[in-house]
Design a protein around this ligand. Structure first.
Ligand code: KIV
Ligand code: NA
Length: 269
C-alpha cells in the first residue's frame, strides 16, 4: 500500500505532475478524497463553510483540532496539512511554535499552513528549524481581510513586486510549498518559475505546481457565494435540497415510511 507523502515528497514534486489537493473537515469527506489527493488541507475555511461564520477570523484552535482529528481518521495515503487559525501565530515565533506543536500533536497533521509572506518569514524559519514543516499562503490571505479591504485580486500593478518578494521570502525561510490565492495568471506563472518550491494555485494558474479548492465549493454544497476561481464539478447542494423536499412531501401525504421500512409484529418463519 502507498504511504502518505511527506513534506519533502511534496517539495520534490516541483515541476512534475501537478499536485492535487482539496480541503476537508470531516471523516467521510476525507475518506472520499484520500486516494485521489496528494495532500488534504484542514482549512480554516471550515468556519465559513460548516459553521456559518462571516469570515475565517472567528475560527479557534479548538475548532481546528476537532476537525483535524476527524479528517485524520479518514486519511491513509494523502498527507494532512492543517491551517493555523487567526491569532494563533502572528504575535511571535514562540507563540506560533506553541500552537503549531499543539496542532501537530493533537491531530497528527504532517504540516501546518499559515498566511503571510515577508512578514511571516522569520516565523516560518523558526518553526522549520524546530521540526514543523510549513506550507505558506500568500496573495489573497483571508485572515487579513480587514487590512486588505476586501477579497480582491492581489499582486496587480504596483503590488506585483511585493508579491514576488513574499514568494521568495517564504521559500528562503524554508516553507516546503506555498499557496498562491487569487493572483494574476502571469504573475503565478512567473513565481512558479522563480522559486524552488511548489506553488499551489487557487485562483492563480494551471501552470502552478498544484491546485487546491474548497471541497464544498467544488461539490456545490456551499452556495452562499461562488468565487470566479471555483469550478462546480457537482451540484450536491441542489440534490440534497431536492431529497429533503421529497421526504417532506412524502411524510405529509403518509407515503413514507412505506411497507418496506416498517416492522411486522412477528418475524415470518
Ligand atoms: O482555508 C482554506 O480553505 C484555504 C485554502 C483555500 C487554500 O486556506
Ligand atoms: Na485557510
Amino acid at each position: 500500500k502507498k504511504r502518505a507523502p511527506m513534506p519533502d515528497d511534496i517539495r520534490a514534486a516541483k515541476g512534475g505532475t501537478p499536485l492535487v489537493s482539496l480541503t476537508a473537515y470531516t471523516t467521510p469527506m476525507a475518506q472520499m478524497m484520500d486516494a485521489h489527493c496528494d495532500f488534504v488541507l484542514v482549512g480554516d475555511s471550515v468556519g465559513m463553510v460548516l459553521h456559518g461564520l462571516p469570515s475565517t477570523l472567528g475560527v479557534t484552535m479548538e475548532m481546528m483540532i476537532m476537525h483535524g482529528q476527524a479528517v485524520a481518521r479518514g486519511l491513509s495515503t494523502a498527507m494532512m496539512v492543517i491551517d493555523m487559525p487567526f491569532g494563533s501565530y502572528e504575535e511571535s515565533p514562540e507563540q506560533a511554535f506553541r500552537n503549531a506543536a499543539r496542532l501537530m500533536a493533537e491531530t497528527h497533521a504532517g504540516a501546518v499552513k499559515l498566511e503571510g509572506g515577508v512578514a511571516m518569514a522569520e516565523t516560518i524559519a523558526f518553526l522549520v528549524r524546530r521540526g514543523i514543516p510549513v506550507m505558506a499562503h500568500i496573495g489573497l490571505t483571508p485572515q487579513s481581510i480587514n487590512t486588505l479591504g476586501g477579497y480582491k485580486v492581489q499582486g496587480r500593478g504596483a503590488q506585483r513586486n511585493a508579491l514576488v518578494a513574499d514568494a521568495t521570502a517564504v521559500a528562503e525561510a524554508g516553507a516546503f510549498s506555498v499557496v498562491l490565492e487569487k493572483v494574476p495568471q502571469n504573475l503565478a506563472d512567473q513565481i512558479t518559475a522563480d522559486i524552488p518550491i511548489p506553488t499551489i494555485g487557487i485562483g492563480a494558474s494551471a501552470g502552478c505546481d498544484g491546485q487546491i479548492l474548497v471541497v464544498d465549493d467544488m461539490l456545490g454544497l456551499f452556495t452562499a457565494f461562488k468565487a470566479k476561481f471555483v469550478k462546480r464539478y457537482a451540484e450536491l447542494g441542489q440534490g440534497a435540497e431536492d431529497a429533503i423536499a421529497a421526504y417532506a412531501a412524502e411524510v405529509r401525504e403518509r407515503s413514507f415510511p412505506g411497507d418496506e421500512h416498517v416492522f411486522a409484529d412477528e418475524v415470518k418463519k
